[in-house]
Design a protein around this ligand. Structure first.
Ligand SMILES: C[S@@+](CC[C@H](N)C(=O)[O-])C[C@H]1O[C@@H](n2cnc3c(N)ncnc32)[C@H](O)[C@@H]1O
Length: 287
């Protein structure tokens, strides 16, 4: 989620290439750049980006920063049941393994088997029980071997059982019906008073012109009535939702936004100190 502030050489070269090649080169660049840190004595395991790409920044540093935001912004406590939607390779799960007590518990799910396999192999022992589930649903970018739709997927938790749910850099990869269902599933999973921490790209009327003029990190193109995408052939690669539509889905899911959206600088705005890249929403299920 957090983007590195300086632009490494491989990003500049990658920007000139077709998307899939660009992605591979970015991963390779990140992996090569990470070798000195991997060789340090006592280094914690870090997945290769080429195995399963979850974005820039140092894996454990970003994971700890997200955990910190869950605590300060979504009121996470060590005894909570946490739901990690699209857990990837467990960037946040590593931090949660140290944080949760035996009274807490963790459920994480994702569509990509390679990332989950790495996560299961490398997660450190934890006081809390950890449950990791592969969601067998289709995603053009992450899982093409399934015919099941995320729009009909039921999260692997019982209704009203979750204290804090979170999805970092996941709504940016869901088609509109999938995103609507995932918000409804968050509403179902949370206990009354539970909170969700969600990141997304929200397209506001003010952002439309800069996004279409290519001032965002990728040029965004209209996709149906409610979204803009970086690549119309692979819409899940990068998707921004019309903010009003997204907030309508939030309301329909029985969730309330509080505090207001923390807008990120993904649309080419000059970043303010401490400003994140993606937009951040904290959603609450009323008591
Ligand atoms: C950019 S990664 C972020 C991973 C993780 N949330 C993190 O912050 O490290 C996006 C993740 O969403 C997962 N994903 C995509 N579609 C999904 C879906 N329908 N359900 C669950 N996970 C999904 C991908 O497999 C990938 O691991």
């Amino acid at each position: 989620m957090t983007q590195p502030t300086s632009r490494p050489w491989y990003r500049t070269v990658a920007g000139l290439l077709p998307r899939q090649m660009r992605r591979r080169l970015l991963c390779l660049g990140r992996d090569l750049a990470s070798i000195p840190a991997r060789l340090k004595p006592g280094a914690r395991p870090v997945p290769w980006s080429s195995l399963h790409d979850v974005g820039g920044g140092e894996f454990h540093t970003v994971g700890r920063a997200i955990l910190n935001s869950l605590v300060t912004e979504a009121g996470l406590t060590p005894d909570d049941h946490v739901l990690d939607i699209g857990c990837g390779t467990g960037r946040v799960a590593f931090a949660l393994a140290d944080y949760l007590t035996a009274k807490g518990c963790y459920t994480g799910f994702d569509v990509a088997s390679s990332g989950l396999a790495w996560m299961i192999r490398h997660l450190p022992p934890a006081a809390a029980p950890f449950r990791i589930v592969r969601a067998d649903v289709f995603n053009t970018e992450y899982r093409q071997q399934s015919a099941a739709r995320a729009a009909a997927y039921r999260f692997p938790v019982s209704s009203g059982s979750v204290d804090v749910a979170f999805a970092t850099s996941v709504f940016t990869h869901l088609l509109p019906p999938d995103a609507e269902n995932y918000l409804a599933e968050i509403g179902r999973s949370l206990r009354p008073g539970g909170r969700a921490y969600v990141t997304a790209f929200l397209m506001t009327p003010e952002r439309l012109a800069p996004a279409q003029a290519g001032r965002a990190f990728v040029p965004f193109h209209p996709f149906g009535e409610v979204a803009h995408v970086g690549d119309v052939n692979v819409p899940e690669a990068m998707i921004a939702f019309d903010e009003a539509v997204f907030m309508g889905w939030v309301e329909k899911a029985g969730l309330v936004l509080s505090p207001p959206v923390k807008y990120g600088h993904w649309c080419g705005e000059a970043p303010a100190p401490g400003q994140e890249f993606q937009d951040i929403l904290v959603l609450r299920k009323p008591v």
